[in-house]
Design a protein around this ligand. Structure first.
Ligand code: ATP
Length: 867
């Protein structure tokens, strides 16, 4: 089975060469070929191996400082210090390695959730398969917006064009046809071929798969999968930058401190050096970028669990701050489980009973709906089949409902299709030419006003009113028309004015109950929800009212939008929630108009023409089920279930992630400042160190891997969806945060020096006083953690005290570790500690409580002033 130069070979020979037929492969044959040719996927681009990833953990300013310090302390033969430093270095690398691995695994899992699907003929039937299961010889059905899943020879093309930039660099779509081209034609000139990984921008096609997986052109150049996502967002990048900058500043200060202590304070070099190293390590927020990355990865997973799949990580920040959500109607706000409920013809109005896609249900009154039903069945690309005893649809649910309706009338559906014009949301109709017992006929279905324009010899005004009345009931309305056609092709121009009107059909598409709650939740969260639909204004208003949108009766149609210039549109757009009969081009204008008010806009889309609006929006959201690959590629976020409620869930998770990032920062910076200032102050004032350098290293290590990480796992704070969206450019390093750093660091200093002075005053040995001071530091950090968990509300609730399992796990670990270094004799030698008397231990915990009370009161005052 070989085929060289398929682009230069005629269709029949291509089929013969691949031992395939126009009806597709059989399932057993496809399985054989899959076993022989392998899966249609490109070999994974291998990321950095584990060894390299582990070594990269040492590539970090802090680690260099520590390694330098280990060498110096080693040269001074302070072996205990050297040992502690090396232990800290190793622990840091191991933790970083494990965290990074988890974050990468989370992103990899997300990527597999976005694996594309393809429509293929198998056993003569259209089925939807994973792209990976396609084999050479398969017949693939493609339409505008699809991503080509393998290299294929075009067997059939209608208005077909593909964008092949990833392969040829040419961004203008190339028109495709079935005629063979010259054997030596360049890749970009092989118009009889479609290439894996390219996008169909218009038209429809049938293609014969000639190469899969690594055998495709894109596979040969090893492209496509190379785009492994960086685990970062603007905020994390900004913090990373900040942390690096801060590290250098700290190193500079440390050097000055060393010089000052040695030349001015005349301190012994060895002790001074260790103290300065302790300051640097305590002050550098080394763990911050890593913990923020973990926070993001956890957010990505939480969103995926709620059916919102992040494609571009920065979107996780954007989605949490949106102030407007523009959403499609069909399938997002409604269930997209359609049922034909009403039909109207010249013979009268009919009610149609029945549920789901089962082709049985009574039609009342009895009457002749044959012609209408015939049109509904033939002007249709869907297929009904029985699955687990119930009727299911392959294809568009609306067309499935039309097939069920036709079934209820018992009309004969046998016909051979000769030509078709597929539905496009810009021209809003679909036409097919078929040959059947009734002869050669063109059937058209589409939006009533569009179809009525094509018809002659009828009272258009009457039918407009009828359509309007159906729409007001919240039904989706379609009109049908027909004409005899002697030829074999549909001439689009000949449709206008030459058709006979057959009737109207009204379909129910009930709102999703969860969308009603989600809209209410968004409104409470200060987010405006706007419906942008291609449907009729009447239908849109009826659904908008059921869903609970603001001002459902104020509708702007696509026609209205065309009459407004950008300035007028910007005025109208904020107060209007329903936009009907719009085309994808209108979406782009609406996004721009909303953004001109400084609003952060989320926009949904599914078609190939929605891509520009999705790219322009602050958060572009594509539909996972009915969305095209083109829309998914343009989007930041994909909804696995097409459900509006998942957008609301994503906003909630986005806000949680942002809060948690802020909490991680707000906990880390004051803690680092407090720890380091303890030593700096002692050195500058020439006092005895209340906490030794080795102890600072120990505290820094043990708290960073426990308390510092715990905040990444924080659940959503209550009231998160009752707050207004944060301002577009709200900086994270705000004045409030700076104030918090100063306040907490000062309180840390006061407490640590206070306890140390108290202990010395009681005549305790230096080791005991230092042990008490170190424990004070850790206790304060634990209380600070509980405080930070509730930055938007009080921490004085039972829920806040009860905490989470993560919080208590880290608190227990750290308490156990502190008890060990305080009371286990072998560790006394390492850290220079001594057992603390019980009452003094209680005093330390009491000081932590007092610290907590102070900052909590300060927060209450601050929150009170703000509201
Ligand atoms: P949304 O943008 O919220 O998904 P929609 O699905 O109603 O709304 P379009 O798909 O653009 O938007 O459809 C616009 C109109 O075109 C529909 O109201 C209907 O009248 C008509 N229409 C939709 N699908 C078809 C189809 N397959 N064949 C013929 N006409 C259709």
């Amino acid at each position: 089975m070989t085929l060289s130069n398929p682009h230069a070979t005629c269709v029949t020979d291509c089929l013969a060469g691949l031992e395939a037929g126009p009806e597709g492969l059989t399932t057993p044959e496809a399985a054989r070929r899959l076993a022989r040719y392998g899966s249609n996927s490109l070999p994974e681009v291998r990321g950095r191996g584990p060894v390299l990833r582990f070594l990269m953990q040492f590539h970090n300013v802090l680690i260099y400082v520590l390694l330098g310090a280990a060498v110096v302390t080693g040269a001074l033969q302070h072996w205990i210090d050297t040992g502690v430093i090396l232990a800290v270095v190793l622990a840091n690398a191991v933790i970083g390695f494990v965290q990074e691995g988890k974050a990468e695994a989370a992103m990899a899992a997300i990527r597999t959730m976005l694996a594309p699907k393809a429509a293929v003929l198998r056993d003569g039937q259209r089925v939807t398969l994973e792209g990976a299961d396609i084999v050479p010889g398969d017949i693939v059905l493609l339409e505008a917006g699809d991503k080509v899943p393998a290299d294929m020879r075009v067997l059939e093309a209608r208005g077909l064009a593909a964008q092949e930039a990833i392969l040829t660099g040419e961004s203008v779509p190339v028109e495709k046809e079935t005629t063979p081209v010259a054997a030596e034609a360049a890749l970009g000139d092989r118009r009889s071929m479609l290439w894996s990984g390219t996008l169909v921008t218009q038209g429809t096609a049938r293609g014969l798969v000639v190469a899969t997986g690594a055998g495709t052109e894109i596979g040969r150049i090893g492209g496509l999968l190379a785009g492994v996502e960086q685990l970062t967002t603007p905020l994390v990048a900004q913090m990373d930058h900040f942390a690096r900058w801060l590290s250098f500043l700290i190193l500079l200060c440390a050097a000055l401190l060393l010089a000052y202590g040695y030349f001015v304070g005349h301190l012994p070099f060895a002790d001074l050096f260790m103290a300065v190293v302790g300051v640097a390590v305590a002050a550098i927020p080394e763990g911050l970028p890593a913990v923020m990355t973990i926070t993001l990865a956890i957010g990505v997973q939480a969103m995926a669990r709620r059916n919102a799949i992040i494609r571009r990580l920065p979107a996780i920040e954007a989605i949490g701050s949106v102030s407007v959500i523009c959403t499609d109607k069909t399938g997002t706000l409604t269930r997209n489980e359609m049922v034909v409920a009403a039909a109207e013809t010249a013979a009268g109005a009919f009610a149609i009973a029945g549920e789901g896609y089962a082709p049985d249900g009574a039609i009342t009154p009895d009457g002749d709906l044959q012609q209408l039903a015939h049109a509904a069945a033939l002007c249709n690309d869907a297929r009904l089949h029985r699955k687990d005893g119930a009727w299911a649809v392959e294809g568009d649910p609306m067309e499935g409902a039309l097939l069920a309706f036709a079934g209820k009338t018992g009309v004969d559906q046998a016909a051979r299709r000769l030509d078709a014009i597929s539905f496009d949301s810009r021209h809003r109709f679909m036409a097919v030419l078929t040959e059947s017992a009734a002869g050669r006929l063109i059937h058209v279905k589409g939006a009533p006003e569009r179809v009525l324009r094509m018809c002659a010899g009828l009272d258009a005004g009457h039918w407009h009113d009828r359509a309007e009345a159906l729409a007001r009931r919240g039904l989706r309305v379609l009109a049908f028309a027909a004409r005899a056609e002697p030829g074999e092709r549909i001439d689009p121009a000949a449709l206008e004015g030459g058709l006979t009107f057959l009737g109207l059909v009204g379909l129910i598409d009930p709102p999703r109950t969860e969308a009603i709650d989600a809209v209410a939740e968004c409104r409470a969260a200060g987010i405006r929800v706007k419906m942008i639909t291609g449907d009729h204004a009447g239908t849109a208003t009826a659904i908008a009212r059921q869903i609970g949108l603001e001002n459902p009766d104020r509708v702007l149609t696509g026609h209205d939008l065309d009459k407004l210039d950008d300035a007028q549109l910007a005025l109208e757009v904020v107060g209007t929630s329903v936009f009907a009969r719009t085309s994808p081009e209108h979406k782009l204008r609406l996004v721009t108009a909303l953004q001109s008010h400084g609003l952060l806009v989320a926009m949904t889309g599914d078609g190939v023409n929605d891509a520009p609006a999705l790219k322009r929006a602050d958060a572009g959201i594509a539909m996972g089920l009915k969305g095209s690959e083109a829309a998914k590629e343009a989007a930041d976020l994909v909804l696995a279930d097409d459900n509006f409620a998942s957008i609301a869930a994503a906003v909630r998770e986005g806000r949680t992630v942002w809060d948690n990032l802020k909490k991680v920062i707000s906990w880390t910076l004051p803690t680092n400042a407090g720890e380091s200032m303890v030593i700096v102050l002692a050195l500058l004032l020439g006092l005895a160190l209340p906490v030794t350098a080795v102890q600072i290293l120990w505290v820094n290590l043990i708290t960073a891997i426990t308390l510092g990480l715990a905040l990444a796992f924080e659940p959503t704070e209550p009231g998160t969806m009752a707050r207004s969206p944060r301002a577009r450019l709200a900086p994270i390093l705000s004045g409030e945060l700076v104030w918090h750093v100063i306040l907490v660091a000062t309180l840390f200093l006061a407490a640590v020096f206070g306890v140390f002075a108290y202990a010395i005053g009681k005549g305790y040995p230096l080791a005991l006083a230092q042990t008490m001071a170190m424990n004070t530091l850790v206790v304060l950090e634990i209380f600070h953690l509980f405080f930070i968990r509730n930055i938007h509300s009080t921490s004085l609730t039972w829920a806040a005290v009860r905490g989470t399992r993560v919080i208590w796990t880290v608190v227990i670990i750290i308490t156990a570790a502190q008890f060990a270094v305080t009371y286990l004799a072998p560790l006394h030698a390492v850290l220079g500690t001594a057992p603390v008397p019980l009452l003094d231990g209680l005093l330390i915990v009491g000081i932590g409580g007092a610290f907590f009370a102070l900052i909590e009161i300060e927060k209450q005052i601050r929150l009170g002033l703000r509201s």
